[in-house]
Design a protein around this ligand. Structure first.
Ligand code: HGY
Ligand code: MN
Ligand code: MN
Length: 412
């Protein structure tokens, strides 16, 4: 077993720091929404790193960028390692980026060691993991879980999607050429920060992900009547803002009382026309809810929409509900989890099996090939924020576990 191999820490850190400077924000994070100029600059940087490493660069119809380390057998399957270079608006430096630079570093380490594996290795950066545009464009098209219908009314709006595709030189039809034959995939491994507090609080080095939550997204709109804020009696108002406010509080109460382990979030609220002296006639909300299994997610979605309808009725409002995305929950492969556990044990690292409350490209890859995720601690559990950070020692441990698990899966 090739257990003496380890990644080059200086090279990984140099890559990570160079990448963190692309789309860097004054607050210490990154702002690289999918297919934005900053994201495309990050991809150009990645492409240059791939070529500088003497690896083959591959870009598919969905814009997924890959480094390829091919084995001697052209018809061998491919073991995918990777994550995503796009970020949420004003996000952190580690979410996605760590997994991509670690995957590239694993390929370089194996190439330098002159190891000849029976599978191709691929380090991939998936398009739009964060759902700024649609959600999982890259992994969804590669696995066939994303359809043309999903592009008609996406989370980020159709115009933003079309603008992003144009900026990146991609086409809607071209996206679907990224589809892979599942038989061509030996598996998928992703290193990622936990984005929650559990590993950090428990003092555990490595999280072995057991499963990834399902996510359902909706755009809600409460409609009442815009009117004069000064002359309209309080009892005579049809204030859309009240429907929104009532729903946000009711959603929180519902999840905390009846759906332990689940979450619901209203991450965007817009009141129109939006003036001091006009009663809002319309309130638009971005709603997302998450659950570890499909049945619970179905029940949660239904109860939340019921609650929204009750708040609309309470304040004499109309309610429009538009589904804008749904990603199924996914269990992780037992053999891949075992490979991660063995790789961590070889390094004397503590491990903890845990579900992922965050969505990941791995939940799509799990539909078509053996898939697993490696978590490392997030300091204070903070993520999707410029304050997101992880200790560098943990990042190195994660990259070496990624290397060890990849070798186990490749060599069997
Ligand atoms: O939203 C998520 O859970 C992930 O960070 N994309
Ligand atoms: Mn991520
Ligand atoms: Mn994220």
């Amino acid at each position: 077993m090739v257990t003496s191999l380890s990644i080059n820490p200086q090279r990984l850190q140099a890559d990570f720091n160079d990448l963190a400077a692309i789309g860097a924000t004054a607050a210490g994070g990154v702002n690289r929404p999918a297919l934005s100029p900053a994201h495309l600059a990050a991809r150009a940087w990645f492409a240059a790193q791939v070529q500088q490493a003497g690896l083959e660069l591959q870009i598919d119809g969905a814009g997924n960028h890959s480094a390829m380390l091919c084995c001697a057998n052209p018809s061998a399957p491919t073991l995918l390692l990777g994550s995503h270079l796009d970020s949420v608006p004003d996000g952190g430096r580690f979410d996605g980026a760590l997994g991509v630079v670690a995957a590239l570093e694993v390929l370089r380490t194996i190439q330098e060691a002159g190891l000849h594996l029976p599978v191709h290795l691929e380090a991939i950066d998936f398009t739009d993991e964060e759902g700024t545009l649609v959600g999982f464009i890259g992994s969804g098209t590669l696995t066939g879980t994303l359809t043309a219908h999903d592009l008609q009314n996406p989370r980020g709006g159709r115009q933003a999607l079309l603008a992003g595709l144009a900026r990146a030189g991609l086409s809607e039809d071209g996206l679907f050429t990224a589809r892979r034959d599942p038989a061509s995939l030996a598996g998928y491994l992703e290193l990622h920060i936990e984005q929650g507090p559990r590993l950090y609080e428990a003092g555990v080095a490595i999280g072995v992900v057991s499963g990834i939550v399902g996510i359902a997204s909706y755009r809600l709109a409460f409609s009442g009547r815009a009117n004069h804020a000064g002359t309209t009696p309080m009892a005579a108002r049809r204030d859309a803002g009240l429907g929104a406010a009532g729903f946000i509080l009711a959603a929180r109460a519902l999840v905390m009382e009846a759906f332990p382990g689940c979450v619901a979030n209203v991450g965007m609220l817009r009141l129109d026309p939006g003036a001091f002296n006009i009663i809002p006639g319309r309130a638009e909300l971005a709603l997302e809810c998450r659950a570890a299994d499909a049945n619970t997610l179905e029940r949660l979605q239904a109860r939340l929409l019921e609650s929204a309808a009750q708040e609309a009725a309470r304040y004499g409002l109309a309610l429009e509900v538009t589904p804008v995305g749904r990603d199924a929950p996914a269990p992780m492969s037992q053999p891949v989890q075992q490979a991660i556990l063995s790789a961590a044990a070889d390094l004397g690292l503590t491990t903890q099996s845990m579900p992922s409350g965050a969505g990941h490209d791995a939940q799509n890859l799990a539909m078509v090939c053996p898939t697993g995720m490696i978590f490392i601690p997030s300091v204070g559990g903070i993520s999707h924020s410029p304050q997101e950070t992880s200790r560098w020692e943990d990042c190195l441990n994660g990259a070496n576990v990624l290397l060890g698990a990849a070798l186990r899966l490749a060599l069997g």
